[in-house]
Design a protein around this ligand. Structure first.
Ligand code: SIN
Length: 480
């Protein structure tokens, strides 16, 4: 029975950070969905929030807590800002290609709900892709592609995971398993996430008795490009508003004032204002006319490409926008060392995990930071406390990976969550969503869809249980 020390599930920033910081003498393997299916790190435009200097750490923590609407775990937020500051210094010293000014100082972008410009970027709005590549080039462990279909759990320990590679299934035994598989954004019909982000690992964890926390805190990005076509909506980064882009209506009126908001309000409040405006009176736009087109192309190459692809050629005037599902604050409950609660040998990091650092509404650009910081924390914890599982083997799960109703069920999940567990929620509608999702469990679905369905159910159950509207979970008053 081949056994490795650490199995990392995922290939985004959290997975690569864990892999990079594990000591060289530890036997590590990564398993990921094929990279062509995309992961959120590749699409992370905004950057990496990081204190400007040691004196700014308290302010970064304060901004994180404020955006989190009183629901952050203050200790996790402190770890994020403090360790994030030293980690980014380490990466910069190693040559991470951060954008810099003519004197070599890192450029800092302003994003919503930050009290000052502190967001580091790489290649303009290509930060996630560039930092991901930087780490990938430095990780020497093998990566194999396939789907994780189960975790091998028994008697309070995790012994590994079952991988399915195009129908060929096997158990991988590992003393430690690190879940870094991302969130569940593609379970929503309108999302900035790539289609592979279907939350299967959260579903597996729940089905295996692990706690999922804060699943109803789902963040909608206020300014996704609202064009017909693919479900994955291109992002128009916060940084555009940080540099002066305005939100307007058909008549170029800045309607946010009607809602008591402005372009740099926290995402939850801004998304609600834009959503309510679109529902009541039509369309919302991001006015980009203040940008010089050459500057725009250099500073925002991804947005420039996307806008051009959708026929909005420079010089841009205004781009149609709408909120889209963007980030899961909730996930697999972990402690401050990234350990999954109540199990030996299982860790969760990045968007798959819930550290509590983001509370009810994540501060812009804190997600890549969290992925990097808690990836390192998991690596350090494993290095300092290597788990050694007793010898044990498991049969290989033989339930079919796919089922004939998969496509239809997935499409129902997406529509149900989008319409009933979206930006603005209603109690009755959430209960209907629970009934719709429960009925789907009887359909002929494969085990991957069954895991996604469990995650979708957890989102709705958590929203129903929540007693008050706070942060990204907003239930219309009259339905309370
Ligand atoms: C953005 O660039 O607006 C997204 C950054 C983030 O999600 O934090």
């Amino acid at each position: 029975m081949p056994q490795i020390d650490v199995l990392i599930i995922g290939s985004g920033a959290a997975a690569l950070s864990a892999a990079f910081f594990l000591p060289a003498n530890i036997r590590v393997a990564l398993v990921s969905k094929p990279r062509r299916l995309g992961c959120n790190t590749e699409f992370a435009q905004g950057g990496i929030a990081c204190a400007i200097d040691e004196n700014d750490i308290e302010s970064h923590i304060a901004d994180t807590l404020k955006a989190g609407a009183g629901r952050c775990d203050a200790e996790a937020a402190k770890i994020l800002a403090t360790k994030g500051f030293s980690l980014m210094k380490t990466l910069a010293d190693m040559g991470a290609p951060l954008d810099r000014d003519e004197n070599g100082a890192p450029l800092r972008a302003r994003e919503a709900a930050h009290s000052k410009p502190r967001v580091l970027r790489a290649g303009g709005d290509q930060t996630g892709a560039i930092i991901g590549e930087f780490l990938l080039e430095r990780v020497n462990h093998p990566i194999c592609f396939g789907e994780i279909v189960d975790l091998l759990i028994d008697g309070g320990r995790c012994y590994g995971a079952t991988i399915d590679e195009d129908g060929k299934r096997e158990n991988i035994y590992a003393h430690n398993v690190v879940i870094a598989s991302g969130g569940f954004g593609a379970l929503y019909d309108v999302t900035t996430n790539p289609p592979a982000i279907l939350g299967e690992l959260q579903g597996i964890a729940a089905l295996r008795g692990r706690k999922l926390s804060d699943m109803h805190f789902t963040q909608f990005h206020p300014t996704a490009l609202d064009m017909d076509g693919a479900a994955q909506k291109p992002l128009l980064s916060e940084a555009l508003r940080g540099e002066g882009a305005k939100i307007v209506d058909e008549n170029n009126r800045r309607f946010l004032e009607d809602y008591g908001e402005n372009e740099l309000s926290p995402r939850d409040r801004l998304s609600r204002a834009i959503f309510a405006h679109i529902e009541s009176s039509g369309r919302a736009y991001l006015d980009l006319s203040g940008f010089d087109s050459r500057y725009f192309a250099a500073r925002f190459p991804v947005a420039n490409r996307q806008l051009t692809l959708f026929g909005l050629k420079p010089p841009f005037r205004k781009a149609p926008i709408a909120p889209a599902f963007h980030y899961a604050m909730g996930g697999i409950a972990v402690d401050k060392n990234a350990r999954v609660l109540g199990l030996r040998g299982l860790y969760a990091i990045g968007e798959a995990a819930c550290t509590g650092a983001h509370g009810a509404n994540r501060l812009a650009s804190n997600s890549l930071l969290e992925a990097l910081v808690f990836g390192k924390i998991a690596a350090d914890t494993i290095a300092n406390d290597p788990n050694a599982n007793p010898a044990k083997t498991f049969g290989v799960l033989d339930e079919p990976r796919l089922g004939k109703d998969d496509d239809e069920v997935l499409s129902t999940i997406k529509k149900t969550l989008g319409r009933r567990a979206g930006v603005i929620r209603e109690r009755a509608s959430l209960k209907q969503a629970a009934a719709i999702l429960d009925a789907l469990t009887d359909r002929e679905i494969g085990l991957l869809t069954r895991r996604s369905l469990r995650t979708a159910q957890a989102i709705v159950e958590s929203a129903i249980e929540a007693e008050e509207s706070v942060g990204a979970h907003y239930v219309k008053e009259e339905s309370l």
